[in-house]
Write a protein that binds this ligand. Structure first.
Ligand SMILES: Nc1ncnc2c1ncn2[C@@H]1O[C@H](COP(=O)(O)OP(=O)(O)O)[C@@H](O)[C@H]1O
Ligand SMILES: [Mg+2]
Length: 430
């Protein structure tokens, strides 16, 4: 589970003034279900970009590939880079105001590894037109250990960096330094390096497992409608393969029943069955919703909201769910009167802690449907001048001083939430 992400000099999470003062940046905490609420251009998707960078690290890519893009040996695209590419990763205010950005991430180790948490931090120099992006600083610390598993020491010649690795016998001092490539995180070089101690390799792998299984969905109605081939069971970023993913879920009777139940609740349709007729000569199938009375609605003519909802359900109820999902603009296309059911679905899917969901939204109204835990785990993102700021709802005392009853539905209606946001903005702007 990802518990926290800190960003420094990344996109809007800093400013020339803050950099001159040697600080700034943003930090966001995550729980099992975490909503990020903010207006347009407040920085919600920039947080997603930060998490995607971490995901790119987990996949063993080099820094240029993580930020740019990555093609497989067959020339097929494997990874889409970070929006805006290398020049826009660092904070800009007209021109870039920094040469390097930093991420730090704190995760809870998976049950199969030791209990405890891991803290990983990486600072990347973005390079220039003659030099690739390189590591400036990187370290990993496992909470149950008394010293860092590894930590960068110094640049060691062109394209190289020296990295201390922890000697298993030493309690606190750092061990020998290895020379590694500076264009790829040490985190994903050390597990394959024979000079590295086993214990350090295992600690790198234990942390990598906590960030390995991440999915980022930014659903697009046209992709959701496109037919797919049975057996394509991974939902694409834009919702591709929805039909075959749902078909796989429906092979288990109880899952199919649950899916139909949720569909009935969340959409105005009285759905009694889901079918997957073949719709093309290439053998592609497409979802068909069957209503009571026999009316059939193909994915082609189903509403955007219905398809988006089914895609969320397919993601979290799917046969091979990821551990971490980032859903963009969750309330899009979903009627305000039904939005609470979407929250219920995500709450149910994240209850036992095996799936973690982060969702962005423009709609403060969704806050009214959160239980206490999810409200504490929600964050507000707002702009103070050209800087993006993050405030956890757990850290807005006024929210918790309200009597429990008025904490929900009325917040939005009374404009209270907007007032808090405006207050924070004026506070941040001075
Ligand atoms: N390199 C950068 N430096 C400073 N600000 C940036 C940079 N890149 C993007 N931004 C800011 O981030 C905003 C977009 O934020 P985004 O996260 O996409 O918004 P949303 O909350 O709508 O998802 C842009 O309008 C811009 O102001
Ligand atoms: Mg966005």
């Amino acid at each position: 589970m990802i518990q926290e992400l800190s960003m420094d000099n990344f996109k809007g999470f800093s400013s020339p003034m803050l950099i001159r003062r040697g600080g700034g940046g943003g930090r966001i905490r995550f729980g099992r279900l975490s909503l990020i609420i903010g207006t347009n251009a407040s920085g919600k998707s920039n947080i997603r970009d930060g998490l995607r960078f971490i995901h790119g690290v987990s996949r063993g890519y080099n820094l240029a590939e993580i930020i740019g893009e990555k093609y497989g040996e067959g020339g097929e695209p494997q990874w889409k880079g970070i929006r805006g590419g290398v020049r826009e990763t660092v904070t800009r205010d007209g021109n870039p105001v920094a040469k390097a950005f930093t991420f730090a991430v704190k995760t809870k180790l998976t049950a199969e590894d030791a209990s405890g948490t891991a803290r990983y931090s990486i600072t990347v120099d973005i390079g220039d037109k003659t030099k690739p992006p390189t590591i400036v600083d990187e370290s990993l610390r496992i909470s149950t250990e008394e010293a860092d598993s590894f930590r960068t020491k110094e640049q060691a010649g062109p394209g190289q960096v020296a990295v201390y690795i922890r000697r298993p016998t030493a309690k606190k001092t750092l061990g020998p330094a290895l020379t590694l490539r500076s264009d790829q995180p040490a985190l994903t070089q050390l597990p394959h390096d024979e000079r590295c101690f086993d214990a350090v390799r295992d600690q790198c792998k234990a942390f990598l497992r906590t960030i390995a299984s991440m999915r980022f969905l930014d659903l697009d109605p046209n992709s959701l409608r496109r037919p797919s081939i049975p057996g394509q069971t991974v939902l694409g970023d834009k919702g591709e393969n929805l039909s075959s993913v749902l078909q796989a879920i429906c092979r288990v009777a109880a899952s199919k029943e649950a899916l139909i139940e949720w569909t009935r609740e969340l959409t105005p349709l009285d759905v009694v069955d889901l079918k997957f007729p073949e719709v093309s000569l290439e053998g592609k199938i497409q979802l068909q919703l069957v209503e009571k009375g026999g009316r059939e609605i193909s994915a082609e003519s189903a509403s955007d909201g219905t398809l988006r909802f089914l895609a969320f359900a397919a993601a979290v109820l799917g046969t091979e769910p990821a551990r971490f999902y980032f859903f963009e603009e969750i309330e899009n296309g979903i009627h305000p009167n039904r939005a609470h059911l979407l929250i219920s679905l995500l709450r149910a899917a994240t209850r036992d802690g095996t799936i973690q969901v982060v969702g962005t939204t423009h709609s403060p109204a969704l806050l009214s449907f959160l239980d206490k835990e999810a409200l504490r785990d929600a964050s507000l993102v707002y702009r103070a001048g050209s800087v993006s700021k993050i405030r956890s709802f757990a850290d807005i005392p006024a929210l918790w001083e309200l009597p429990p009853r008025t904490r929900s539905g009325e917040l939005h209606g009374s404009g209270w939430f907007e007032n808090v946001a405006a207050f924070l903005e004026s506070e941040g702007a001075e």
